[in-house]
Design a protein around this ligand. Sequence first.
Ligand code: ZN
Ligand code: FE
Ligand code: FE
Ligand code: ZN
Length: 267
Amino acid sequence: MSLPPDYHMHTPLCRHASGEPGEYAAQAIRIGLAEIGFSDHAPMRQDDFDNWRMRLDQLDVYVDMVRKAQRDFPQLTIKLGLELDYLPGQEAWIRELSARHPWDYLIGSVHYVDGGWDLDNPAKIDEWKKHDPWEVWSAYFDWLARAADSGLFDLLGHADLPKKFGYYPHRDCQPLYERFLDAALRHNVAIELNTAGLRKECREIYPSLTVLQLAARKGISITFGSDAHTPAEVGLNFAEAVELARRAGYTHSCRFARRQRERWPLN
Ligand code: ZN
Ligand code: FE
Ligand code: FE
Ligand code: ZN
């Protein structure tokens, strides 16, 4: 049967992705996906927050772009999602954005850690050399647990993102994983298998098999995402991701419609 839906794809509005949604949709059809979903970087209240997301006045443009792709590709199911940055203090803003459109799902991602450093930003890789990886990982997973506990999201993006450039702590991270997974379980939040990690220095799907096995044991749902920033990345390495999910003990992925979850069998 078919591959699971690809729920993590961007648009040029975020200023670091290329290709129109229609090109992503065409690629999805070409590789045999039955369902996809766009989840571009949500705006902040202040447009000068950073330079890698859509502006606030582009939110409606984004929704129109996705709607157009839905009309142009009726043979493909295309969902409307958003990737929101979780930072403590942003809850009211996230709630406001959630109410603006009938989203199919909301991805909660942590990119920023204390002090306003977006730890996955290649332009700021030098910061890693100034920090103790354990401190960064601890701060990151603390916020990820708070993201899950906020109850604002349907799924958490790229759960072990701090491994991106290969800066690993020399300590057992299991307590960090347990904490955010328990929060995810309490609030019925899924986690995604994000294949973009394979294209980064860590050369590994987010999250690791260790995290996935813990998640599977707790009964936490999963989705799949390529985090495509170009049409060619749609559904990339999904066969490998499905194999990893199965190794961790998963038999199902899930899909969302208007923030309601349904199971999707993995073959
Ligand atoms: Zn991005
Ligand atoms: Fe992200
Ligand atoms: Fe993304
Ligand atoms: Zn991402």
